[in-house]
Design a binder for this molecule. Structure first.
Ligand code: UDP
Length: 470
């Protein structure tokens, strides 16, 4: 891209809170600044972060990507009394949404930005701001294209005063029981943001999704053709974005826990371990946690289980022994490893010992599983996760225990059922073969000349063109 007469486009990335948003933005920064795409990339960081995991991730990210410029934005404290009880990550979105119009323009000017790529949760404030500054604005949707089609269609659904399942044109039915829980309450802070962002999308210059065409062909086609929302901007499918490796640059003090589980995995037979994680920002209710412990034990499988005790890791003082019950850890006798530490999940899923992933279906987790060819047992719990679970099950890369409850529903999934399902998914050779096929398709998509590679190259081309034809 860069030559004596044509400079690299300067792209400013504007992520929002939570590892589910920061991680893909970091991966996008790495891809855009790589020698293949050669952009000049700046990444805005809203401080303070909600979780320690985000702070540690940012430090590692900038150490691993020295060419990416860090732009810190300190958020003024937010009076949360108007939406008391709101999820702390959604409250952080709100703080960033309110601060963006005021704090961002001088930073964009200082960075000499040619284009802005904003997180979906900031879309309805970032797009008008960029339009005012005559800056091309792209929105990055960090979940599946199928979820994106629901997101974009939801304002139409509301305007039609519907209150049943949503029939997303060209994509299919999203049962009401799959809607993110907050959407059942129109006054909820998240719902207000969701609807405002959804309505703003047609004004963006383009939309990025961390997926590939072959994984969700119907949703991608329906978004691109304007079937979901007429006049929808161009959609760039840029995934699955590759996790940034921190192995070389991590602080030695943070390597301890990683070394523990890596050494344990190294000692396990190939594809024998079930990796269990419910993501970075939710904890299972104690009664469900107990049943899961019982289920993993009764399954007879080896497992690596990352346990969380609270929504925000900084508040997580719970003791593993107390959480899992007397004697549980001792009874495992090396067959299972349980940790409350942060693991680099991208590396874990690539480990040859890992044969299955019991996942909450955060989209990043699913893209990592898909890219690694590890079959998923989907147990969605919250937000977009049921829609994402549907994608991975339809693609054949996972099995979804669809009857299992999620947050806010009655019913606890019992240990015996968990054990039996885990055993049957581990033994499912057809699923394993199909997951390998999907992995190969993902690898082709991101390789030079693949659909996702070309999509990202086209985005860069447009950003470069905008420099010379404002
Ligand atoms: N993650 C990780 N280690 C952990 C927990 C989570 O590396 O111990 C990463 C995971 O690989 C993913 C991100 O954090 O990239 C979580 O995003 P996801 O969309 O899967 O779920 P969320 O945490 O937002 O529910």
């Amino acid at each position: 891209m860069a030559s004596s007469s044509v400079r690299a486009p300067r792209i400013v990335l504007l992520p929002s809170a939570g590892m589910g948003h920061l991680a893909p933005f970091g991966r996008l920064a790495a891809a855009l600044s790589s020698s293949s795409h050669a952009c000049d990339v700046s990444l805005v960081t809203f401080l303070p972060t909600v979780s320690s995991a985000e702070s540690a991730h940012l430090d590692s990210l900038f150490a691993a990507l020295p060419a990416v410029r860090r732009i810190d934005v300190r958020l003024p404290p937010l009076d949360t009394s108007a939406f008391s009880g709101a999820d702390p990550f959604y409250a952080h979105y709100e703080a960033a949404r309110r601060a963006t119009p005021l704090l961002l323009p001088p930073l964009l000017a200082a960075a000499g930005a040619d284009a802005l790529v904003a997180d979906i949760s900031l879309a309805s404030v970032a797009i008008p701001l960029a339009n005012k500054l005559r800056l091309p604005c792209y929105v990055f949707f960090t979940a599946s294209a199928t979820m994106f089609s629901f997101y974009a269609y939801f304002p139409t659904y509301l305007d039609a005063a519907e209150n049943g399942d949503a029939d997303v044109p060209g994509v299919g039915r999203v049962p009401r029981s799959w809607f993110p829980q907050a959407l059942h309450d129109r006054g909820n802070l998240f719902t207000q943001q969701f609807v405002a962002n959804g309505r703003s999308l047609p004004d963006a210059d383009g939309l990025l999704v961390n997926t590939f065409d072959g994984l969700e062909p119907e949703a991608v086609a329906a978004l691109r053709s304007g079937t979901v929302v007429p006049g929808f901007p161009p959609v760039f499918t840029v995934g699955p974005l590759t996790p940034v490796s921190f192995l070389a640059t991590r602080e030695p003090s943070t390597k301890g826990a990683a070394a523990d589980h890596t050494a344990w995995l190294d000692a396990q037979p190939e594809r024998s371990v079930v990796y269990v994680s419910f993501g970075s920002r939710k904890a299972l209710a104690p009664v469900q946690l107990g049943e899961l412990a019982g289920g993993l034990e009764a399954s007879g499988c080896r497992f690596l289980w990352v346990v969380k005790g609270s929504v925000v890791d900084r508040d997580d003082g719970a003791d593993l022994r107390e959480m899992l019950g007397e004697g549980f850890l001792e009874r495992l006798q090396g067959r299972g490893m349980v940790t409350k530490a942060w693991v680099e999940q991208g590396d874990v899923l690539k480990h040859p010992a890992v044969g299955m992933f019991l996942s909450h279906c955060g989209w990043n987790s699913l893209t990592e599983a898909v890219a690694s060819g590890v079959p998923v047992l989907a147990w969605p719990r919250f937000a977009d996760q049921r829609v994402n679970a549907g994608v991975v099950a339809r693609a054949g890369a996972g099995a979804w225990a669809e009857a299992w409850s999620w947050e806010g529903e009655e019913g606890v999934v019992k240990a015996e059922e968990i054990a039996e399902t885990v055993r049957s998914v581990v033994a499912d050779e057809t699923l394993r073969t199909k997951a390998a096929t999907v992995r190969d398709a993902a690898a082709r998509a991101v390789a030079s000349g693949g659909t996702s590679y070309r999509s990202l190259a086209e985005l860069v081309r447009r950003c470069a063109t905008a420099i010379y034809s404002p």
